[in-house]
Design a protein around this ligand. Structure first.
Ligand code: XMP
Length: 513
């Protein structure tokens, strides 16, 4: 990359959001731990530095503080929230410890319209605050450029050194014009061009892949999910027939999923695709198992075994490709009070054992999910594949409460297909995070025609979320819910009742197991 913005992470739950916003401005940026040395940063093509927010107070004994020499790099600096306090504290100003957090919406009034941060913006802006301590005296060379009801120093600048600070969070959606503030920083102040586009990324990635792989062969496990699909399409562009994809059917995929994958990659892209139908093996091993954690473990272990065996069948390869994304490799700084750090860890990321003697190719590891989707479209993958909703690795098994059997999978698959179909038809599917069916092994009495039935229950789980960490149930129109319910009960044999899950996360989770 020819130019880069570096974001130093002080543990804010929003650090990745800052990075995403900067990338949306078509500028490449990286997140580095707060204690990365100025020397290390100097080696990079850095055009500007952003200090993230964080839960600490600069006066805490354990406060995360950066290398002082950062302020001598000669590049513009933007401190956000805690980052502003760090800037103030290091450069000779004063920060006041406060017991009370200022949290929520605020109104910003720009006092110096000439400040480059507020170019092309109105004088009054809605902003989002979330901070404890506040700046009470500015360092030499600084001046206040905007105020809120509660602060005379909501935005500050040192126009000579190009140091800026914001007490509010420009990166969150609750600061509606915040992206323009960030765009002003990276474009007008740091002088970055709009060079980060997926079209350009393809050229760069293709070259890197070719350099890494040479004439060797590469294997990739396709799951039908967004990441592995886009990785496959990118590798196909770079090395064509040197790539072999392996699709393991664990019997826990959604309706027609394996056929779609075979059609798109086999027939459309003409990739070498090895299809391994291991449904029987998975079903046998899951027999009688009801504990959710045991189910997950069995599925994970069996997948590795089956995949390993399949790699032997397709012949020697030196490389294994994985759809690792940027959020998977960011070194998360664990600072007390940062909820994001704690919640993240329980999901599997890729998960093949290190002892498999492959070298890894990870062509998506610089990208965020939104970028992977954009890349997928650019590479010619269909919208259905690129914008599909998240689907857990253990598949339908975590949506069948109790024992997983082929018969139950069949019921759930049919019910789920109806949910997806109706959500798409009504224009809701791509607007929300997830919409799926869960099979409860509870049977209840019903009537159908003149007959008494004794059938299973389907729960509908339809949620909105931005990252899966918190979620809320979607208020769907009754007519749509009615249609889904009627169709499931009429068309799926064995089901006579449909319920709607109206719990939020937390305290409930999105999946039922
Ligand atoms: P929960 O159920 O923890 O889910 O609220 C949050 C998000 O993660 C997905 N999920 C998983 N993804 N392997 C995965 O790859 C898993 O074991 C797994 N469990 C949950 C879930 O679909 C939701 O989007």
């Amino acid at each position: 990359m020819s130019e880069e913005i570096v974001i130093l992470d002080f543990g804010s739950q929003y650090t990745q959001v800052i990075a995403r916003r900067i990338r949306e401005c078509r500028v490449y940026c990286s997140i580095l731990p707060f204690n990365t040395s100025a020397e290390e940063i100097r080696q990079r093509p850095i055009k500007g530095l952003i200090l993230s927010g964080g839960p600490a107070s600069v006066y805490d004994e354990q406060a995360p503080l950066p290398d002082r020499k950062l302020f001598e790099l000669g590049v513009p600096v933007l401190g956000i929230c805690y980052g502003l306090q760090v800037l103030t504290y290091f450069l000779g100003g004063q920060v006041e410890k406060s017991q009370k957090r200022e949290y929520g919406k605020g109104r910003l009034e720009v006092k110096s319209p000439g400040c480059a941060l507020f170019r092309k913006l109105p004088k009054r802006l809605q902003v989002w605050n979330s901070h404890g301590d506040r700046v009470t005296k500015l360092p030499k060379g600084f001046q206040s450029v905007a105020v809120t009801e509660n602060s005379d120093m909501a935005a500050v600048e040192d126009p000579k050194r190009l140091f800026y600070g914001l007490q509010f969070h420009p990166e969150v959606a609750h600061t509606p014009r915040g992206k323009t503030v960030l765009s002003n920083f990276v474009h007008s102040i740091c002088g970055c061009g709009r060079t980060w586009t997926m079209r350009r990324y393809i050229d760069q990635a293709v070259e890197e892949i070719r350099n890494q792989v040479g004439n060797e062969r590469v294997i990739l496990g396709l799951s039908g999910g967004v990441d592995s699909s886009v990785a496959a399409a990118l590798l196909d562009r770079a090395i064509g027939s040197q790539l072999t994809c392996i699709l393991v059917n664990n019997g826990l995929m959604r309706g027609r999923e394996e056929n779609v994958v075979r059609e798109v990659f086999g027939r459309h892209f003409h990739m070498k695709l090895h299809y391994e139908n291991a449904t029987q093996t998975f079903m046998q091993r899951l027999k009688g198992v009801t504990d959710p954690e045991r189910k997950r473990k069995i599925i994970g272990k069996t997948f590795i075994e089956v995949f390993q065996a399949a790699t032997k069948k397709v012949g020697h390869a030196k490389f294994l490709a994985q759809g690792t994304l940027y959020p998977d490799i960011i070194e998360s700084v664990s600072i007390e009070g940062n909820p994001a750090a704690v919640i993240k860890s329980h999901h599997n990321v890729g998960g093949l054992p290190k002892k498999m003697r492959f070298e890894l190719v990870e062509p998506l590891k610089q990208l965020f999910k939104d970028e992977v989707r954009e890349l997928g479209r650019e590479l010619g993958l269909p919208k259905e594949m690129v914008f599909r909703q998240p689907f857990p690795g253990p598949g339908l098994a975590v949506r069948i409460i109790g024992e997983v059997t082929s018969a139950r999978c069949k019921i759930l698959r049919s019910a789920d297909a109806i949910v997806v179909e109706e959500m798409k038809e009504a224009g809701w599917y791509y607007e929300i995070w997830q919409s799926f069916a869960v099979l409860l092994p509870v049977r209840s009495v019903g009537v159908m025609g003149d007959e008494r039935t004794y059938g299973y229950t389907i729960a509908l789980r339809i949620v909105e979320s931005t990252d899966g960490m918190t979620a809320d149930w979607v208020r769907l129109p009754y007519e749509l819910l009615e249609r889904i319910s009627n169709r499931i009960i009429n068309e799926v044999k064995g089901v006579n009742r449909v319920c709607l899950d109206i719990s939020s996360k937390p305290p409930a989770t999105i999946e039922w197991e």
